[in-house]
Design a protein around this ligand. Structure first.
Ligand SMILES: [Zn+2]
Length: 207
């Protein structure tokens, strides 16, 4: 009987864990309707990646010069950075709501700036010059990078190798790498190209 109670408790606990998934609340400004879908796809990818075990493991195991740290980490350990992400605790919306709260505005500019934000606003600006040609996976990287600024993380303005290990860059890149695994473009061309390796395999076998 006791075993049954323990089993039921563990079962309830695991249901609770899977229910507390990472969420996102995005307000889009100046987005043509055909571009909104790309943002929604990027957000779905972000939600899946943040909820994944691999994301957790990779952040906890992140190293810079042999130490388990990020560059420009605000004095936080890898565990604390991971927890801050899960909590969705932005500097401007510190409530631990397990949610990414942002406003996105699309703007047009010929500069090489992909996107930017300021500490005093929840808004993130994305340059349509890049956004328009980006895949949802790349948008997920860029959006997550900018959102990590909203959690109070910064990085050097100019490129250095060290900058790649900062929280926005390192975890933005990680987001892109892991989002690839969850990304399934829903077009017919990809479906037909998927059959090619099978055909090649048949040829090899007959040789
Ligand atoms: Zn940045």
């Amino acid at each position: 009987m006791n075993h049954l109670i323990v089993f039921t408790f563990v079962l309830l606990l695991s249901f609770h864990t899977s229910a507390s998934k990472f969420d996102a609340q995005i307000n889009m400004v100046n987005f043509p309707q055909e571009h909104e879908a790309k943002v929604y796809q990027a957000i779905e990818l972000i939600k899946k990646v943040v909820s994944s075990q691999e994301f957790k493991e990779r952040i906890l195991a992140h190293t810079y010069e042999g130490k388990k740290i990020f560059v420009d980490n605000k004095g936080l350990s890898n565990e604390q950075i991971y927890q801050l992400i899960l909590d969705g605790s932005e500097t401007l919306i510190p409530e631990k709501n397990g949610r990414m709260d942002v406003e996105l505005e699309l703007y047009q500019n010929t500069s090489n700036t992909i996107g930017y934000t300021y500490p005093h606003t929840t808004r993130i600006w994305m340059n349509s010059k890049y956004f328009n040609k980006y895949t949802p996976v790349q948008v997920a990287d860029n959006l997550f990078h900018e959102w990590l600024h909203k959690l109070g993380f910064d990085h050097a303005i100019k490129y250095t190798l060290r900058r790649n290990y900062s929280v926005p860059y390192a975890i933005g890149y990680l987001m892109e790498e892991l989002a690839h695994k969850h990304y399934r473009p829903s077009n017919v061309r990809l479906d037909s190209s998927l059959t090619e390796p099978v055909e090649n395999l048949n040829v090899n076998q007959s040789l």
